[in-house]
Design a protein around this ligand. Sequence first.
Ligand code: SAM
Ligand code: SF4
Length: 323
Amino acid sequence: MLVDGFGRRIDYLRLSVTDRCDLRCTYCMPKGFKGDEEPQQWLNFDEIERLLAIFARLGLKRVRLTGGEPLLRKNLPDLARRLAALPGIDDLSLSTNGTQLAKYACQLRQAGVSRLNISLDSLDRSRILQLTGRDVLPHVLEGLEAASAAGFRMIKINMVATAGMSEPDIDAMVGFCAERGFVLRLIETMPMGEAGRKAGFVDLQPIREGLRERFGLIDGVVPGGGPARYLVSPDRRLQIGFITPISQHFCETCNRVRLSADGILYLCLGQEAAVDFRTPLRNGCSDAEIAQRIGQALLARPARHEFRELPGRSVRFMSSLGG
Ligand code: SAM
Ligand code: SF4
């Protein structure tokens, strides 16, 4: 059983398959970032499949592929197919910036990815250029269309709350998502690395109350197992989630761990606690030994992040861990 020292059941793993990205979102990557690790450090697909099979035997149920930009990892649909087929894994999802989605949406769906989270912070082309460093809005919109056509069970749009985000920006995104049947999620910026700290913090609580009033929303539940708290319209055409790690943290119910592309298991997004799994995988450890190491690692899981009290602590930036 995957249970940590505080009795929290862990059934969800976010798997970063690369720390590279084709974008440079201001809150995620530091300017001029070039420190990509060499691919030989990354777990190969056999290693990933073996490690996640061990996790699944211990009770892991859900896996999210993330990055960096996961669609930059060569042959990602092959990995998705292998993970979707693991006994015990009943939910495989993907987080992406959408720039490559037009090309991969169908293949991913066929491989067994059932849900997508797509990052899109604005529908304004120049603002996307300013936030990501590239003029990619048309590509992302094309990717969204392809994803809609490919028949995913659920598509969520992740919109990070950044300084300069206006009420009309948010309302435009609400209308866009409602028309297409997407779930919108607004996310507070976390002080991850220098980039996250420089981006500044926007409190989602007043934004949430403003949306509740403007659109006549009520509290609701949307499946997904994550920490978002939702407002929905009575006809459920509008579904808006709020991820508020800073203004209202949710650590006491945290059900997830994160594996980086180079095989390090991170036990909390905001703390340094981490355990290497690449070395035992490559040193001939048995499945039983690796399972034991997983159990020990979970006992070292911190109670909670301290983004508010110690915002300078986290030196890792988000692209190395996948959110
Ligand atoms: N490249 C993919 C994408 O953008 O969806 C996957 C990786 S990205 C690191 C995962 C999520 O983390 C995205 O929704 C992104 O907006 C979010 N993110 C990145 N930096 C963040 C920060 N400092 N605070 C809050 N969310 C952040
Ligand atoms: Fe890349 Fe995603 Fe980070 Fe943006 S949020 S820089 S798309 S990893």
